[in-house]
Design a protein around this ligand. Structure first.
Ligand SMILES: *Cc1c(COP(=O)(O)O)cnc(C)c1O
Length: 390
């Protein structure tokens, strides 16, 4: 019981510290899964780096990013050399899968909750390279069926891709079990952690590669994505060689990738945004990933209880799912985009997941409510009244 009270107090402290670290932000912000609000220190670090670039010259103002790389990698149990920064989660996935030399006939397992841009990428690569895409069975909540995964792994897969937490529904995959099954079968797992890093526990998964983005639950600046690749193999290189990530070799003439994940980076980048992400990741460690996680699970459960049934909108995922992505199906005649616009008019920022976000899983657009840490009950109550049409 004392343990429980301590945990509850810890979560309260997270809310207070999160709010104290932000002197501004949109009122009624309930869209952390879309784009979170960076802290004052993240914003200051980003701007200060731009100022240094102007004062010293861009090439002279080189920041030290090793500590941030270590801190980011640690969220998955990996190391600094495993991290490559790119400009988005989508770009990171394209660099990873586009450069992976799977042979023709290779079988790639995926789920119906796969993210829209990853699905488009997989389809293109399959068509061009003769890969076969194998959909892995999942339950009504789109949670992977572990027995079916075991069977598919036994039948033969060369790669599995999976969003830990999708963008369009709040159910998280059992990634430790999935990671263990893939590892035992010797099949590389690519885990999309765009919605889970900074939100859920990603350690112990032992994936070959993780694909993430800055602006969501890590609350870094926009315009940065990343790969964390602890399981790099000979078959893995960037989709295109770059001067930042490769060396020119003369004999025989070819390009050689740099060791580690550096091969996925190019020489030019929005350095200031990476500096900002670094500060955001250090702040996340400082708050305590466990405590943030507990706080977000509470917020998700509270939001589901507060919103379910209001104006006929129904929560899609189980109430006690330990995530702060809450999705709502419209009532007859309801429309997620129209309701999100009405909410914006009332000072409430919510998201919409259109069908294209997960075309194999979504039948109609859903309203997505994703409260950042520190969200107050009043904000959720105001949204509930809006859904009621009052
Ligand atoms: C946002 C998101 C992506 C893509 O990340 P971008 O940075 O927007 O390119 C991929 N997968 C999931 C599950 C996401 O939520």
């Amino acid at each position: 019981m004392a343990e429980h009270r301590r945990a509850a107090a810890g979560r309260y402290v997270i809310a207070e510290r999160w709010r104290a670290a932000r002197s501004a932000g949109p009122p009624g912000h309930l869209d952390a899964a879309g784009c979170n609000v960076p802290s004052d220190r993240v914003l200051a670090a980003t701007v200060e780096h731009l100022e240094r670039e102007r004062e010293r010259g861009g090439y002279a103002a080189v920041p030290g990013l090793t500590a941030p790389r270590s801190a980011l990698a640690a969220l998955t149990g990996a190391a600094a050399a495993d991290v490559a920064f790119l400009e988005s989660g989508t770009a990171a996935m394209a660099a990873l899968l586009g450069g992976w030399r799977l042979p023709p006939g290779a079988r790639v397992g995926f789920t119906r909750s796969e993210y829209g841009s990853t699905l488009m990428l997989l389809r293109r690569l399959a068509a061009e390279r003769g890969w076969t895409l194998a959909e892995l069975p999942a339950d009504d909540d789109a949670r992977l069926d572990l027995d079916a995964l075991s069977a598919a792994l036994r039948r033969g897969l060369d790669l599995v891709t999976l969003p830990h937490l999708p963008s369009h529904r709040g159910t998280a995959q059992p990634v430790r079990e999935i990671g263990r099954l893939c590892r035992e079968a010797g099949v590389p797992l690519v885990l999309d952690v765009c919605q889970s890093l900074g939100h859920l526990d990603v350690t112990g998964t032992m994936a070959t590669a993780y694909v993430g983005t800055s602006r969501k639950w890590l609350a870094g600046p926009r315009g940065v994505g990343f790969l964390i690749v602890p399981g790099l193999t000979e078959e893995m290189d960037a989709a295109a060689p770059t001067l930042g990530g490769h060396v020119w070799l003369d004999d025989p003439p070819r390009t050689g990738p740099l060791p580690g994940a550096a091969r996925y980076e190019s020489a030019e980048s929005a350095v200031a945004a990476r500096v900002g992400l670094g500060v955001a990741v250090l702040e996340h460690h400082d708050l305590g990933p466990d405590a943030v996680r507990g706080h977000l699970a509470d917020l998700g459960a509270t939001a589901r209880r507060t919103l379910d049934g209001r104006g006929g909108w129904r929560v899609v995922e189980p109430y006690d799912e330990p995530t702060a992505v809450v999705t709502l199906r419209p009532p007859d005649g309801g429309d997620a985009a129209r309701t999100a616009a009405a909410a914006a008019g009332a000072g409430l920022l919510v998201g919409v997941a259109p069908v294209a976000r997960a075309p194999l899983d979504l039948r109609e657009p859903v309203l997505r409510v994703s409260p950042p840490p520190g969200t107050r009950q009043e904000t959720l109550d105001a949204l509930a009244r809006l859904l009621d049409g009052r």
